[in-house]
Design a protein around this ligand. Structure first.
Ligand SMILES: Cc1cc2nc3c(=O)[nH]c(=O)nc-3n(C[C@H](O)[C@H](O)[C@H](O)COP(=O)(O)OP(=O)(O)OC[C@H]3O[C@@H](n4cnc5c(N)ncnc54)[C@H](O)[C@@H]3O)c2cc1C
Length: 384
């Protein structure tokens, strides 16, 4: 059958292409017949991924810039924090897309199609993709398309906020930035809309990505992001002479929606698989962990499935509690993050945000935020 594949990768963004790269690197899997479908080719630098890690990652060769120190600022606590064994890394979307596509070109068994995916189902032990004009079948579909209506935002069990941001890469004629320090969160900006911070990633003394980020229920008008960026660059960074080289806009769902890891032979990954951490929106490293596990299972068990571990459930619970506090405006995000960064070693904070902290570290983080707010939120979560 011509339209029958071993694997179909539905959605060729971060998760789909990370999985493809990992499959092609494994001799046991690299000759599988693979179809990759996306609605459009990846030819635009549509996002910048930043994340921290200790070791070299799979995409080390395309790391655009990295930092060994971060800055945190708020009205409650501000500091420059050395990352010790960690590095904060930046990858440009276009470098990632080009690297994976270039590598995949060496494999005649990998086919790319640009079609809009309409529906994914499982029938008679086969996974089926329906696009606008075609139907394709496979042993497994790896899906990273978040179909409209997937998240039930009206359920009283689901907390749903949007992490939305606009970023400008600006260039200045004179040296203005320290390229070895990334400002992870600067909460000293107005908090009237909800949790709001600026994020500044210098890549040289004269170039930086400056991003205005909010965790709120609703988006702003386009002009509001621009006004906030202008104000921050001019009044806080004290830069009056600059040019905008590039801009990006993004929306990441911050939710405790229970995304299924798989439905029949359709395996969900990326944001559609719940890999954007509910309380932070970071997804890149969670996508790497998920695709690594799927590939390990394909090799050792000949299937991609695994269920949520106790630890996954524990961190989902923590995310739900924090989301609930932010959603119900029980405490402002600037104060919560200030407490966490002020009262804990950076290693503990990063391990907690990575879903890797142990019970002792969890307790340390929990004891840094006010119990009178977080305990009732936790109980509400348990008895919901
Ligand atoms: C601007 C931006 C910056 C971000 N920065 C960071 C960061 O610094 N660190 C971090 O950890 N996370 C970051 N994220 C969050 C997350 O890492 C990214 O959203 C990441 O791209 C998610 O990967 P994904 O594969 O789930 O989705 P995507 O990369 O968006 O891939 C989904 C793919 O599905 C395709 N598609 C959608 N609908 C259809 C359809 N019906 N038919 C066919 N194809 C379809 C899309 O074209 C896309 O290629 C950022 C997100 C954005 C938007």
């Amino acid at each position: 059958m011509n339209n029958h594949y071993d694997y179909i990768i539905s959605g060729a963004g971060c998760a789909g292409l990370s999985l493809l790269q990992r499959i092609l690197l494994q001799p046991a899997l690299s000759s599988k017949k693979i179809l990759v479908i996306d609605e459009k080719p990846k030819i635009i630098n549509d996002r910048t991924w930043c994340f921290w890690e200790k070791e070299n990652g799979l995409f080390e060769d395309i790391v655009h810039h990295s930092y060994d120190e971060i800055a945190f600022a708020s009205n409650f606590f501000s500091n420059r924090i050395p990352l010790n064994n960690y590095r904060y890394k930046m990858i440009q979307g276009i470098d990632f897309y080009n690297a994976v596509m270039q590598y995949a070109k060496g494999f005649a068994n990998v086919e790319f199609k640009y079609e809009k995916v309409k529906k994914l189902t499982t029938e008679n032990q086969l996974a089926i993709v329906e696009t606008e004009n075609n139907t394709y079948k496979a042993n497994y579909i790896f899906n990273s398309i978040l179909f409209p209506g997937t998240i039930n935002t009206s359920s009283n069990k689901t907390y749903f906020l949007l992490q939305h941001f606009k970023g400008w890469v600006i260039e200045t004629p004179n040296a203005q930035f320290n390229p070895s320090v990334a400002t992870l969160m600067d909460f000293t900006v107005a908090q009237k809309e909800g949790t709001t911070f600026m994020y500044t990633m210098p890549t040289s003394t004269t170039t930086a990505l400056v991003e205005y980020t909010l965790f709120t229920k609703d988006l702003l008008q386009p002009i509001e992001y621009e006004n906030a960026l202008k104000k921050y660059i001019e009044e806080d960074l004290k830069i009056s002479n600059y040019t905008i080289q590039h801009e990006e806009f993004g929306i990441i769902p911050m939710t405790n929606h229970p995304f299924p890891l798989h439905e029949g032979r359709v395996v969900n990954l990326g944001i559609a698989g719940g890999q954007a951490k509910g309380s932070s929106g970071y997804a890149f490293q969670f996508i790497q962990k998920r695709t690594k596990k799927i590939v390990a299972n394909l090799i050792s068990k000949n299937h991609p499935f695994y269920n949520q571990s106790f630890s996954d459930k524990k961190f989902r619970f923590f995310d739900s509690v924090l989301l609930q506090v932010l959603h119900d405006k029980k405490m402002n995000g600037d104060e919560i993050f200030a407490d966490i960064f002020k009262k804990n070693a950076i290693k503990t904070v990063l391990r907690f945000l990575d879903n890797e902290s142990n019970l002792l570290e969890d307790l340390k983080i929990m004891s840094s935020v006010p119990m009178k707010i977080f305990l009732p939120a936790a109980l509400k979560q348990i008895f919901k």
